[in-house]
Design a protein around this ligand. Structure first.
Ligand SMILES: Cc1cc2nc3c(=O)[nH]c(=O)nc-3n(C[C@H](O)[C@H](O)[C@H](O)COP(=O)(O)OP(=O)(O)OC[C@H]3O[C@@H](n4cnc5c(N)ncnc54)[C@H](O)[C@@H]3O)c2cc1C
Length: 365
């Protein structure tokens, strides 16, 4: 069986491990003492089928059934809000994502703290859901283990040396041979490519912060929708009876254990306060994570054009959970020849060769 070393135990590495373990010898190596510590432990946990570019939306649709079957989705509509000076922008965004316009009075009924003097337009997406991200991650890891995968924490990959048949991977938990190395290292994916002697793809980690507030004015927020303004600048959603607000920033950062910037958080909370009637009096907790994008904001899934034994599974941006099942199927198909239900057009859009003009075109199943 093909020996596969997957670098990175976030949702990307864990979901691929589950998908491919029945067909290969898999080692999943995570540097941290636990899985899902970085981006995968800090997300907004949304499944929003209308979110992202056309390729992402196709991946969302192709992931819905698996997420449903895994029992990790619970309905969480998204309420889109526009000010009176945003008519054109609001209408364009609503049309693009397929939301349904609703009267402002109905929006105020759903979220009673909205500022009636500021909200001029509203639309709703009822196909969205919360993802139980921890349950999804853990269920991927147990599926992988049941199929024989070794899942290692505290296993930082520190060296990748090319051998005649594949790779020798040095890690902080030992040295492992592999036929294929999968780069699922999130914000560190370009660094891992350099470690293997390959060129980086220009992946850019962008910081996004979150603040957890008490439920506004003591409301029971559990059934409220996520709320999002036209043009962005913040969003808010319920979280276990509390209220999360994000400034929705995209600040370029080096790969790191990210933390929130106080001023960014304060400005985001101020933008949120303009659209609601209850001021922010206390932030109970805050954190930040890195959403890592390829230059075209489409994931990078496929063999490196210079070395087919090095496979990229990176650049999931702000969609890594909602696209995880489809991305894992694509990666398993391309590495182990497992049948793939996604069209060649989508595979081509995600192929790393798109960033290397001189590279030979790759073949698709
Ligand atoms: C604030 C925020 C909100 C988000 N909201 C959503 C959302 O609502 N819906 C959605 O679908 N997505 C969302 N995302 C995006 C989603 O969280 C990411 O796309 C996804 O978690 C990326 O997973 P990953 O496994 O690629 O990366 P990570 O979870 O970062 O995992 C990469 C792992 O690689 C490990 N690693 C790196 N280098 C090495 C090495 N040398 N050796 C071993 N291990 C290594 C790291 O320690 C890390 O654990 C959000 C992200 C953020 C930050």
């Amino acid at each position: 069986m093909t020996r596969i070393l997957i670098v990175g135990g976030g949702i990307a590495g864990a979901s691929l491990s589950a998908e491919i373990a029945p067909h290969a010898d898999v080692i999943l190596a995570e540097a941290e003492p636990a899985f899902g510590v970085h981006a995968s432990g800090r997300s907004a946990a949304m499944f929003a089928p209308g979110y992202g570019n056309a390729v992402i939306r196709e991946l969302n649709a192709a992931s819905a059934e698996a997420l449903g079957k895994a029992g990790v989705l619970s309905p969480r509509p998204i309420l889109w809000l526009g000010r009176s000076d945003q008519r054109e922008l609001f209408e364009a965004e609503v049309a693009e994502s397929g939301m349904t316009p609703i009267p402002v009075a109905e929006a105020l009924g759903l979220v009673p703290i909205l500022n009636a003097a500021r909200v001029a337009f509203a639309a709703i997406d009822t196909g969205s859901a919360d993802i139980d991200t921890d349950r999804l991650l853990q269920s991927c890891l147990s599926r992988a283990r049941r199929a024989g995968a070794k899942t290692l924490t505290g296993a930082r990959v520190t060296g990748l040396t090319r051998t005649a048949g594949g790779w020798r991977a040095e890690t902080t938990r030992g040295t492992f041979p592999a036929d294929v190395v999968v780069n699922a290292a999130g914000a560190w994916a370009d660094d891992v490519a350099r470690m293997a002697g390959l060129a980086p793809l220009g992946l850019q980690p962008l910081r996004r912060s979150m603040a957890r507030l008490p439920a506004p004015a003591g409301h029971d927020v559990r059934a409220w929708p996520m709320i999002h303004p036209a043009g962005g600048g913040w969003y808010a959603k319920p979280d276990a009876g509390k209220w999360l607000v994000s400034p929705a920033e995209e600040d370029p950062m080096p790969p790191m254990d990210a933390w929130p910037d106080d001023m960014t958080l304060a400005h985001g909370l101020a933008r949120y306060e303009e659209m609601v009637t209850v001021p922010v009096t206390r932030v109970e907790a805050s954190w930040a994570g890195l959403r890592t994008f390829a230059p075209d904001r489409t994931p990078v899934v496929g063999p490196d054009p210079a070395d087919s034994a090095f496979f990229w599974l990176a650049g999931q941006g702000g969609y890594g959970f909602q696209t995880a099942p489809a991305l894992a199927r694509v990666a398993a198909a391309r590495i182990a020849g497992v049948a793939c239900d996604l069209p060649a057009r989508v595979l081509r859009a995600m192929d790393p060769a798109r960033f290397r003009q001189a590279a030979a075109p790759c073949a698709f199943p």
